[in-house]
Design a binder for this molecule. Structure first.
Ligand SMILES: [Zn+2]
Length: 334
């Protein structure tokens, strides 16, 4: 390609020269140029011929032949050495390449394994989270369902109680209102609770506390409050000793009478009472409990709904139904 371009360039210059230099002078110059060229070619041919002859002459000499052979052998040796070197280089390159490839595969496998492990853990976590959320969702649903059920039951019970309260034609309370609520139905009854309707362990007690939903007896906790009942506790004996040293049994009696008259007047508003008993016990959890027994459940229910939450001697009344079997157990000390 280069050659062709060079040729074209030359012809252009040639033409140009020809046009610029007219006449004999140009032709002569060209002729001379051709002559010089031919001369040179001829000289070269002769030189080549001479060299060829000289070479042929040399070839006839055994030393030259030997020297040539040696040259060829050396060249061959050199060629082989280079070839070996090239092969060695190629082999070592291949080895390095194989090592690199192998290392790459190992790294790749390790990376893949790590990635899989990460994905597995993520899947596990997502699964656990979903399970946890599902459990929580079910718990929430169950809670809502339970509280809705409890609210409905409570409403039904209140309605039923109201109906019983306001309908004198119903002589006896509906049987579902005479149910007994139990804290641990599978356990044996708590002896203390059965006897006094109270247990110092409260909700934490492992025995069964049986409490009526409705009964003829109501229990008003800590209704009667008197410093002589409080003062007998050993650890307060000295601190408040002076105050109740002045008080006598007679004082307690008269204060109680006053309370009794007040309270009976109040509780009689709701129906005829059969019994009014106060626990004269200095134990903190029994002190001043009052049991009021009515002739029927309707009166007790009326008292319950009217007294619950009301204030007496700046204390809020806490009323519940009671199923005491005997007074002796609960009101020992009266
Ligand atoms: Zn108990």
């Amino acid at each position: 390609m280069k050659l062709i371009i060079a040729f074209q360039l030359l012809s252009k210059i040639h033409c140009f020269d020809f046009a610029k230099m007219p006449g004999k002078r140009a032709r002569r110059k060209l002729t001379k140029k051709h002559q010089r060229k031919r001369r040179r070619q001829k000289q070269a041919k002769e030189r080549d011929k001479l060299e060829e002859e000289a070479e042929n002459q040399r070839l006839l000499q055994p030393e030259y032949q030997k020297w040539l052979q040696k040259q060829q052998e050396m060249e061959e040796f050199q060629r082989l050495a280079e070839e070996r070197e090239r092969q060695d280089a190629e082999e070592s390159w291949l080895q390095r390449e194989a090592i690199v490839q192998r290392q790459f595969q190992i790294d790749e496998a390790k990376r893949r394994q790590e990635q899989e492990e990460v994905e597995r853990l993520q899947r596990e976590q997502a699964k656990e989270r979903a399970e946890r959320e599902e459990i929580q969702r079910k718990q929430r649903e169950e809670e809502i369902r339970r509280s809705a059920k409890a609210a409905a039951e409570f409403d039904a019970m209140m309605e039923s109680m109201n109906e019983y309260l306001n309908n004198p034609r119903l002589e006896n309370p509906p049987s579902h209102l005479l149910r007994v609520m139990e804290t641990h139905p599978e356990e044996r009854p708590c002896e203390f609770f059965s006897r006094t309707n109270f247990c110092r362990y409260g909700h934490a007690c492992t025995f069964n506390h049986r409490r009526p939903m409705l009964a003829r007896i109501i229990l008003i906790r800590h209704f009667f409050n008197h410093s002589m009942l409080q003062g007998r506790q050993p650890h307060t004996e000295y601190s408040s000793g002076e105050e109740h040293l002045e008080l006598t049994e007679q004082d307690l009696r008269s204060d109680y009478d006053e309370f009794f008259n007040d309270a009976v007047e109040e509780v009689e508003k709701f129906g005829t009472i059969v019994n009014f008993r106060t626990v004269r016990n200095t134990l903190e959890h029994l002190r001043g409990h009052v049991f009021v027994e009515y002739t029927n459940e309707r009166s007790a229910l009326r008292a319950f709904t009217n007294l619950q939450g009301r204030y007496y001697a700046s204390k809020r009344l806490n009323v519940e139904f009671s199923n005491l079997k005997t007074w002796r157990g609960a009101v020992c000390g009266t």
